[in-house]
Write a protein that binds this ligand. Structure first.
Ligand code: NI
Length: 211
């Protein structure tokens, strides 16, 4: 997910990963080992189909995660899915503040968004953007709380939860790995407007040209 115009998951808390500690050091370590790669944009087939499940939790997965953190930082994103750097695997990384201003940093492999009971679903209508739809933003209503179940880089089961802007990020990144962009959730008119914004803007980071 794109930043708004305005910045070792080992401990467990209530069954949920603690992703708020040592964020700066963890993000830096990944990014320094990795290499930033150009970002795929709407129209690239890799963004419009479900990614493959990760089955090997090996060094190449670790290297992918490092490259994803480097790419996320280079593009000033708050979340990045593997298909946004052209890799067809269910992996996303994030470095995102919640609505209390608390920073969350982590990685989720094979994420599955948990359905919330209707009575727990409070919609938050806020601005959303995506590195794969550069320079465009649109208002989109999403639940203000999200839970994602998946695995860590070693293959251990993990649960991640978030509120507000971070909840939006968890939903947005999971969507990516199932082949959906946030503009797919907009009205026809708003989608068209977002694509027009993209046409008129110039990304501040390197993108992969569409064939
Ligand atoms: Ni995105």
């Amino acid at each position: 997910m794109a930043q708004q115009e305005t910045d070792e998951q080992t401990q467990i808390n209530d069954g949920f990963v603690v992703d708020t500690e040592d964020c700066e050091a963890r993000e830096l370590a990944h990014r320094e080992r990795g290499t930033a790669r150009p970002i795929t944009v709407v129209g690239n087939p890799v963004l419009h189909k479900e990614c493959k499940d990760v089955t090997e939790f090996d060094d190449s997965l670790a290297a992918l995660i490092d490259d994803m953190f480097a790419s996320q930082k280079a593009a000033e994103g708050v979340g990045l899915a593997a298909n946004q750097i052209g890799v067809d695997l269910k992996v996303f990384v994030y470095d995102c503040p919640d609505d209390e201003g608390v920073r969350h940093t982590g990685v989720v492999i094979n994420p599955v968004l948990q359905e919330l009971p209707a009575e727990q679903r409070v919609l938050d209508e806020s601005n959303e953007g995506c590195l794969s739809v550069p320079t465009a933003y649109a208002e989109l209503a999403r639940p203000d709380y999200a839970e994602v179940h998946g695995q860590d880089a070693q293959g251990n089961p993990i649960k991640v939860r978030g509120t507000g802007y971070f909840a939006r990020c968890l939903q947005h990144e999971t969507d990516h790995l199932y082949g959906y962009l946030y503009i797919d959730r907009l009205s026809k008119r708003d989608r068209k407007d977002a694509l027009r914004q993209m046409e008129e803007g110039t990304p501040r980071y390197e993108t992969v040209p569409n064939a």
